[in-house]
Design a protein around this ligand. Structure first.
Ligand code: BDP
Length: 713
């Protein structure tokens, strides 16, 4: 009886676990591999790890965890297996390995946190080696990922160094745990309980980041609060830094420029004032006493109400250099944001950052890197690359991507962002002639800069699955992978993430990878096709708002950007308009300045055109706009159907969650299309082309939709 009861119990538990997966484990599922091969078994079961440090303990635990998840405890390599594939795993730092096993030259080329994985033919061992423990941790994660997805170690081995040194997440998290532009719950930093309570989630966060090579975290919002620099908060920051250190993750903070006034009781924050300089130097000393490997500061100054050097008629370089000087003795860096635009200048917002920073090229101290958003306006679903990337050869520039989906449907819209990242990284700036891609600017290779960095505005929150939408975990993952290797393809990342997160079943991976890869373009289509931008609802940025006009400043409205009237639509940024185009290289000016040669995806970003203007397909601009909107809607609807066909291939919990979000997305795609087409049709006065569904309501109806309590504001 007792036996039957236990059997039933085990059965129930098994059934529940087959159906339950809340996504907390991210891409580190370590689910059982079907028919593990001899080498997989042997590597997972027989490993030897040299060294003794907290990081080495993490590696040991990771291997145990992976082994217990991926292969059943009773499975061991048979004698025959051992004879045919004798591989066991050896993890050791370069300097601890016997020389005879080493392809030395290749290993010598690795940077500190790079790693090598190769088969040593002599001993028959798989070897993971690196110059540092963190490199070993990265190598171990890589090997485990390969085992989970069924890849084997290639004959020539794997020798990987990150292309970018500082690979950081920017949390726009406030000290009260709200998250600016965060849609997956509250901040995971529980400041109130810190430093005495260390939540397990902090470890899990660090582990997840380490598994994709992220090595820095900016804990606080760019709209900064100087409280975080006070002694009691520094204790809290230290507690987090202590957790993250063995995972190779450094902590950074946002520095509010007016802190010397707010918490230092000084009458000014003028960067050229000696007392102010001394205050920051003391502050840096205090921080490093708590956190000896503190990464440095991120600063948003003179932007959207944030204080900055402008308040004292000083330049961005004056501000950045003052902080850099304070951090320099300790090895810290300043990530100074270029997201600066004036509250007074009526100039095209696209042009302002470039105009402000370009004359400062070469004027920043060696430990300053200027953090530039991927596009010149603000994280729109599609933006042409920021012209600053082609304009400041003497200044290290870093990329800022937004992982959180402020302008791409918040938490419920599936938009796989790797194609957006890839598109920008591959753009040619032509700074040093053809082949001067943005990726080469930010990895330092184009202009020989040693200081390199990438920032991703995090989409992580207190939701059980971390990111709201299960598929938005893929954007965190993709960001990490691209910060490590900015030349990697989106397709590769999508496939790998799907296999690690769900299953290797090709009937699932094939179609869903396709769906992911097309998803960002789909969102562009139903929100802002053909170069339209900034036509979302006011303030919370959720839903359409092409009618948004008036208010405090023109460049926060939609009408400023789309310029729709009876004569046409689009923002003229050519010579006849704002001439923002002149900020790009001549080759680009030529290509994009001509309506016949500009890629259509940027058309209305740079040109104002009549509704009847013919596009490459021979149809009018109006017809094309409508067709794009409809295409986005059709795809969003098709995704729901497609997802239904994979039911049963993955656990029910995640299946159902994604299903419900896809349905919301399809409904909201219709909302976007109908609202925008209804609004624009009052100017075009043209009917919708065949195949485009008529909106079901009038404009007043769409304008009256006012979602309340939208998170993340
Ligand atoms: C915009 C956001 C705003 C941020 C700002 C920034 O709407 O909440 O503070 O960017 O990057 O996208 O500073």
């Amino acid at each position: 009886m007792k036996f039957i009861f236990s059997l039933c119990f085990i059965l129930v538990i098994n059934i529940i676990s087959a159906f339950a997966n809340d996504g907390y484990k991210l891409w580190l599922q370590y689910y059982p591999i079907e028919n593990p091969s001899a080498w997989q078994l042997s590597v997972l079961k027989n490993h030897k790890i040299h060294g003794d440090s907290e990081t080495i303990s993490i590696i040991k635990n990771e291997l145990e965890l992976a082994a217990s998840g991926m292969v059943s405890p009773s499975k061991h390599p048979t004698k025959k297996d051992k004879k045919n594939t004798p591989n066991t795993l050896l993890i050791a730092k370069h300097q601890d390995l016997g020389l005879e096993v080493l392809p030395n030259t290749l290993i010598n080329q690795l940077v500190d946190d790079g790693y090598a994985i190769f088969l040593d033919k002599k001993s028959g061992q798989i070897i993971v080696t690196a110059k540092s423990d963190i490199g070993l941790l990265y190598g171990t994660f890589r090997l485990l990922q390969m085992i989970q997805i069924g890849d084997s170690v290639p004959e020539e081995g794997i020798f990987q160094s990150p292309k970018i040194t500082h690979r950081v997440l920017n949390h726009w998290d406030n000290l009260d745990r709200t998250v600016e532009r965060g849609y997956s719950g509250f901040s995971i930093w529980n400041w109130h309980r810190l430093p005495r309570h260390i939540d397990q989630q902090y470890h899990d966060y660090a582990r997840a980041n380490a598994s994709i090579g992220i090595n820095g975290t900016v804990l606080t919002n760019v709209n900064a609060n100087s409280l975080v620099l006070t002694p009691s908060y520094l204790e809290k920051v230290k507690a987090l830094a202590d957790v993250f250190r063995p995972y190779g993750i450094k902590v950074y903070l946002t520095a509010r420029f007016s802190s010397p006034i707010e918490i230092g009781k000084l009458p000014t924050a003028d960067p050229l004032d000696e007392d102010v300089q001394a205050w920051w130097k003391e502050k840096a000393k205090e921080i490093y006493k708590h956190i000896p490997d503190f990464g440095g500061f991120v600063v948003k100054a003179d932007s959207e109400g944030q204080p900055g050097p402008h308040n004292y008629k000083r330049s961005q370089a004056d501000g950045a250099n003052m902080l850099a000087e304070a951090l320099e003795p300790f090895g810290g860096i300043v990530m100074w944001r270029a997201f600066v635009y004036s509250e007074h200048t009526p100039d095209d917002r696209h042009k302002q950052a470039y105009n402000e920073f370009k004359p400062l090229d070469g004027k920043f101290k060696g430990n300053v890197i200027v953090q530039v958003k991927n596009g010149a306006i603000d994280f729109q679903p599609r933006e042409p690359f920021h012209p600053m990337f082609g304009a400041m050869p003497q200044t290290p520039l870093m990329m800022e991507f937004q992982i959180t989906q402020e302008y791409l449907g918040h938490d419920t819209h599936l938009a796989f962002l790797a194609p957006l990242f890839e598109e920008v990284l591959k753009e040619d700036t032509f700074t040093n002639g053809a082949g001067s891609e943005v990726a080469k600017v930010i990895d330092g290779s184009l202009h020989n800069h040693k200081l390199t960095a990438m920032a991703g505005v995090a989409n992580i929150g207190s939701d059980r699955n971390w990111t709201g939408h299960h598929f938005h975990q893929a954007n965190w993952y993709a960001y990490g992978k691209m910060a490590w290797a900015p030349y990697i393809s989106s397709a590769e990342i999508a496939e790998e993430w799907l296999k690690l997160t769900f299953t290797t079943d090709k009937n699932f991976v094939g179609p869903i990878q396709k769906m992911m890869l097309a998803s960002r373009e789909m969102v562009v289509n139903y929100m802002t096709p053909l170069g339209l931008h900034h036509i979302m609802a006011e303030s919370h940025h959720y839903g359409p708002g092409p009618w948004v006009t008036g208010g405090r400043r023109a460049d926060w409205t939609a009408t400023y950007y789309h310029q729709a009237s009876e004569t046409g639509i689009g923002f003229d940024r050519t010579k006849t308009g704002s001439n923002a185009l002149e900020q790009y290289a001549e080759q680009i000016q030529k290509l994009w300045g001509d309506v016949e040669t500009i890629p259509e995806e940027h058309l209305l970003w740079f040109h104002h055109l009549p509704w009847s203007h013919k596009l490459q397909n021979g149809k009018s601009l109006w017809d094309n706009i409508a067709i794009h909107y409809q295409k986005g809607v059709d795809e969003a609807k098709a995704n729901v159907k497609l997802w239904e066909t994979v039911q049963g291939k993955i656990d029910h919990e995640r299946f159902a969650h994604v299903h419900s979000f896809l349905k919301i997305q399809a409904e909201e795609a219709v909302w976007w299309k109908d609202a925008c087409l209804t609004y624009f049709s009052q100017f075009s006065k043209m009917s919708l082309p065949d195949g485009v569904e008529e909106p079901t309501h009038d404009l007043e109806y769409y304008k009256s939709i006012r979602p309340r309590h939208v998170p993340g504001i």
